[in-house]
Design a protein around this ligand. Structure first.
Ligand SMILES: NC(=O)c1ccc[n+]([C@@H]2O[C@H](COP(=O)([O-])OP(=O)(O)OC[C@H]3O[C@@H](n4cnc5c(N)ncnc54)[C@H](OP(=O)(O)O)[C@@H]3O)[C@@H](O)[C@H]2O)c1
Length: 320
């Protein structure tokens, strides 16, 4: 049973990923309902955060859920909202035999109460199935809960010698098509995307999503500047002010001074490096001053979470 629980939960986590970068401050949850080993309904958190994944899946079914198991990647919410009833109540009314949950919800309005309500209705509950994977998948939601700010990914495209631009500032392009397409897929999965004033003036970046079918997923554009904010952009004047930005995922695309400012403020959760097989020499370094005094302090901060080739460029993902 546990083996199969994990398989279905893994599929539910993939479904939940469809909502990443689109659910506002809500978690992007996935839900699968099975009966006798067959999937009978699926749902994931919809754009804007509602309907929730469970409500979306339950809406595909009518009649009793006798004999059914509901797999959900986060503890069902226990609070009513003007935008819909609590998912724990919806599930209690639907009466499946069992509910399998991955991660607990630390929101005080739900914490443990969602599970208790299911128990009280006589529904069997299994929780903690793929909890670590669920925490990783919904890192943005948990970062908001714990730190009151979005999860921050810093993305940099560098040469082998760690340069992000020529000495004259030219940086188009360091990496090839596949790495750049991957970068656009990151944008499609973020709520907001930020560059510094220097990059804005040097590159006039559009920060859109140039992938067929995903053009409507362009995130909110954010400028780090002490100066004027152009129309169509949101401005912040310090990295510490990211708390008010929309959604759970912020992508920082540089340049060097901006990247360093975020690292100095200890506000980077994930580093994504695209390393091109080129040498630039006397160009612009990837980072300005990150406030490091002793070399020893640089160690044991980052671990490699993923690496692979994208064409002739190497992708490296590091996490805290
Ligand atoms: N290869 C890559 O991945 C990549 C990515 C992006 C950019 N680039 C290249 O990088 C170069 C630009 O980098 P850069 O280091 O010169 O500039 P930058 O980091 O893009 O921008 C620096 C500006 O950001 C604002 N800023 C930085 N830290 C701040 C803080 N703590 N508080 C408030 N505002 C802050 C200021 O804007 P204001 O002056 O407006 O106040 C500052 O002048 C360009 O050549 C660009 O092509 C390369």
């Amino acid at each position: 049973m546990m083996h199969r629980d994990r398989d279905v939960m893994a599929a539910a986590l993939f479904l939940g990923e469809r909502g990443r970068g689109r659910t506002g401050a809500n978690p992007h949850v996935g839900c699968i309902i099975t009966r006798r080993g067959h999937v009978i309904a699926r749902g994931w958190t919809q754009p804007g955060g509602r309907p929730h994944a469970e409500a979306q899946a339950l809406a595909q079914l009518s009649g009793s859920l006798e004999g059914a198991t509901v797999f959900v990647t986060l503890e069902p919410c226990a609070h009513d909202s003007p935008r819909g009833p609590a998912c724990a109540d919806l599930l209690a009314d639907a009466r499946p035999d069992r509910v399998v949950i991955a991660a607990h919800d630390a929101d005080p309005r739900t914490e443990g109460k969602g599970i208790a309500r299911l128990h009280d209705s006589g529904i069997m509950v299994t929780h903690g199935v793929m909890a670590a994977e669920a925490h990783r998948s919904m890192a943005g939601f948990f970062t908001r809960q714990q730190h009151g700010r979005p999860h921050v990914t810093l993305k940099l495209a560098t040469s082998l010698d760690g340069r992000i631009a020529m000495a004259d500032g030219a940086s188009r392009w360091i990496t090839g098509d596949r790495a750049r397409a991957h970068g656009h897929s990151l944008r499609a999965r973020s709520d907001a995307i930020l560059v510094g004033g220097g990059t804005f003036r040097a590159d006039a970046p559009r920060l859109d999503v140039r992938i067929a079918g995903l053009a409507d997923r362009a995130p909110q554009r954010v400028l780090l500047t002490r100066g004027d904010v152009p129309a169509g952009w949101t401005g912040i004047d310090a990295p510490e002010n990211i708390a008010d930005l929309p959604g759970n995922y912020l992508l920082v695309e540089g340049g060097a001074e901006t990247a360093a400012a975020f690292l100095r403020a200890d506000l980077v959760d994930r580093l994504i490096l695209y390393r091109a097989p080129i040498l630039i020499g006397d160009g612009r370094a990837a980072l300005g001053d990150i406030g490091l005094d002793r070399l020893a302090d640089a160690h044991d901060r980052w671990h490699l979470a993923d690496t692979r080739m994208l064409g002739s460029d190497r992708l490296e993902v590091y996490e805290r």
